[in-house]
Design a protein around this ligand. Structure first.
Ligand SMILES: C[C@@H](O)[C@H](NC(=O)OP(=O)(O)OC[C@H]1O[C@@H](n2cnc3c(N)ncnc32)[C@H](O)[C@@H]1O)C(=O)O
Ligand SMILES: [Fe+2]
Length: 606
């Protein structure tokens, strides 16, 4: 199968021919280069209408001279997301060509193409995908027929966030390569590792979501204040890419996946690639970054995915082929994958750390086996048996140490570990005072970034979700189905978050991994059969990203983060999400739920 791909979502007019049999791809691109400032939508559209026919013709001519008159089996085009006027030009050209050549039309989601090209090249079966492009920044993972958004920017795309600064400085689009070159002047000297070179900029991650609006403005302010532009560029990269690397690691940890692929134009940046590579190496995950010509916008990725879709029969009738400027990656039914398994691999044995922890517990040999290590996304957790903990504390304890992250600038790393250790200690206790079950905090060692905490629960909610019906059924006494057990657990998480918000702070990272679930004995009520009864207690842990805030938006984000982690990993997310929101409604404010719906529906392509 040979597919003609056409790309033109914003700045790059491009056509490509991909031959699925030989694997060869020929790409012809013509970028729009504004004389000043950023992308002007009207100019970009004008560029597309001139350049698209040209690049298509070049590729078609080459195809015909190589393969003869019936060179093309399908025409694939990027349907969105992107700038409407640009997309319309591409759509019109693609429809006309599919008619003229009498071959099927394939509508490709540009963001899914950015991620599939890495999967295609690497041969990874089920990676977490980081899309770092101009107008977007997503973490995606395949689950139950779609690429789910595990995390994403809450405002600007990563490239746009950087370009906003370069526009302020007066540099032309694209700004990313210029920032990289300027930053290299700092990191090229050994001053790079020196704390003095790193400007303090906002670092905002919320679970696997993140925000760049504050950092762009702070970088602009630093420039206006006379900070050297190289140092701003260096600090901007260190912060922005560390945020992306951190959320990628959290996604690997949440899903249990051990493969990461990179996509998008910002992926051409060496420092970002280096950070991701370092992070993956440290946790034993495989990492793949495609060749730069497949990272920046190009029609090769459209043709490669187009060929897979066409082979799966996933083609479009002309009347259904409208473009979609807000086309989200999770709207695309994935028809072309033969591997149906989910990116979420918890409980299948590929994720050693949590698995062995739970085995240890279920065999009831925590005390006899002794100490046990676990490595989460940011900390190493030691479970210490009761008789060896050297205290009078009855029951196992955990020592949780935030380990240095080699990928991060040392000064940034130190301050994050310190801040989060302090926040966790403080908010874990505050939450308990607000009536939310949390571990007792026995000791805080701020310089060592280490907390000593009570061991709570038996397993995390992520594992309970994966366990499905079988797991909970016989462990909960009167409860018939584990499904009900998980529903009750998520409802209580809703109540817990409402209480935190009522007390004036957010958890910051309420994913299913940060909820522990354990049985608790309750007294037998009169007339009830059976010798005893237990019910579940759900604890919130890991308050390191929490902070005090009364903003409805921040409260809604907490709910969004939790729902994101459920949607990405649960088999029947809708029921769970309803229960979670019911729980929140019981104790929280309706305005927060209204805002949550707004956050969810927000188009983020700016
Ligand atoms: C919707 C679609 O039009 C859009 N595509 C897009 O933004 O082009 P893409 O090629 O994926 O990414 C361009 C961005 O990539 C940045 N970029 C290019 N080289 C870079 C580098 N060396 N370091 C940092 N950023 C770089 C540019 O500054 C620009 O912001 C998208 O994928 O979001
Ligand atoms: Fe792109």
């Amino acid at each position: 199968m040979r597919v003609l791909g056409i790309e033109g979502t914003a700045w790059c007019a491009s056509a490509a021919l991909h031959d699925a049999e030989t694997g060869s791809t020929r790409i012809e691109s013509d970028p729009y280069e504004p004389d000043s400032g950023g992308i002007h939508p009207r100019e970009a559209a004008e560029h597309m209408s001139e350049a698209i026919p040209r690049v298509v013709e070049t590729v078609l001519d080459a195809a015909e001279s190589e393969y003869g008159p019936n060179a093309i089996d399908a025409v694939a085009f990027s349907r969105g997301p992107g700038l409407g006027p640009c997309l319309r030009t591409v759509g019109t050209a693609a429809r006309a060509l599919s008619g003229a050549l009498d071959v099927p039309l394939v509508g490709v989601n540009h963001m899914v193409a950015h991620l599939e090209i890495g999967r295609h090249e690497s041969g990874f079966s089920n990676p977490v995908c980081l899309n770092a492009s101009g107008a977007n920044a997503h973490l995606l993972g395949y689950h139950d027929g779609r690429y789910r958004v595990l995390g994403e920017t809450m405002d600007a795309g990563v490239g746009n966030a950087i370009d906003k600064f370069t526009r302020h400085v007066g540099w032309t689009h694209p700004g990313g390569p210029k920032v990289e070159a300027a930053a290299a002047e700092v990191s090229g000297t050994d001053r790079g590792a020196d704390a003095a070179d790193l400007l303090d900029l906002p670092y905002v991650v919320k679970g696997m979501d993140f925000s760049f609006s504050g950092i762009s403005s702070a970088a602009n302010d630093a420039y206006d204040d006379g900070e050297p532009v190289e140092e701003i560029c260096f600090s901007l990269q260190e912060h922005v890419f560390a945020m992306l690397t951190e959320v990628s690691e959290r996604a690997l940890s949440l899903t249990g996946a051990d493969e990461l692929v990179l996509g998008g134009g910002v992926g051409q940046n060496d420092r970002l690639r280096e950070m991701l590579e370092t992070m993956c190496a440290a946790r034993g995950a495989a990492f793949h970054a495609p060749d730069p010509r497949y990272l920046r916008d190009n029609a090769g990725m459209i043709a490669v995915l187009g060929a897979k879709m066409a082979a799966a029969g996933d083609t479009l009738a002309i009347r259904d082929s409208r473009i979609d400027p807000n086309f989200r990656p999770d709207q695309v039914p994935v028809t072309w994958r033969d591997d149906e398994s989910s990116v979420a691999r918890l409980g299948t044995g590929s994720e050693g750390d949590r698995e062995s922890e739970d085995d240890l517990e279920s065999e009831g040999d925590l005390e006899s086996e002794g100490d046990h290590d676990r490595r989460g996304a940011e900390a190493v957790v030691d479970v210490v048996r009761a008789s060896a903990n050297g205290t009078t504390i009855d029951g196992p304890i955990v020592r949780k140490r935030r380990i240095p992250k080699e990928y991060r600038h040392p000064a940034l790393d130190r301050s994050l570990r310190r801040e989060r250790t302090v926040a966790e200690a403080r908010l874990t206790s505050e939450a308990r005072r607000a009536g939310v079950p949390t571990p007792l905090v026995y000791d805080v060692d701020v310089p060592g970034a280490t907390l000593t905490l009570q061991y709570v629960g038996e397993r995390d909610l992520a594992r309970l979700l994966r366990g499905g019906d079988g797991e909970g059924a016989d462990r909960t006494g009167g409860d018939r189905t584990g499904g009900d057990r998980t529903v009750r657990a998520v409802r209580s998480v809703g109540r817990h978050l409402a209480r935190l918000h009522g007390a004036g702070f957010v958890h910051g990272d309420p994913t299913t991994r940060n909820v522990r679930v354990g049985e608790e004995n309750v007294r037998v009520r009169e007339g009830e059969s059976g010798s005893g009864r237990t019910h579940d207690r759900t604890y919130l842990i890991d308050f390191g990203l929490g902070y005090h805030t009364g903003h409805v938006e921040d409260h809604a984000m907490d709910l969004h983060v939790f729902e994101g982690s459920v949607t990405a990993t649960a088999t029947d997310p809708d029921r769970l999400i309803d229960a979670f929101e019911e729980g929140y409604r019981e104790e929280g404010e309706e305005t927060v739920l209204d805002r949550l719906r707004e956050v969810r529906g927000r188009g983020r392509y700016r």
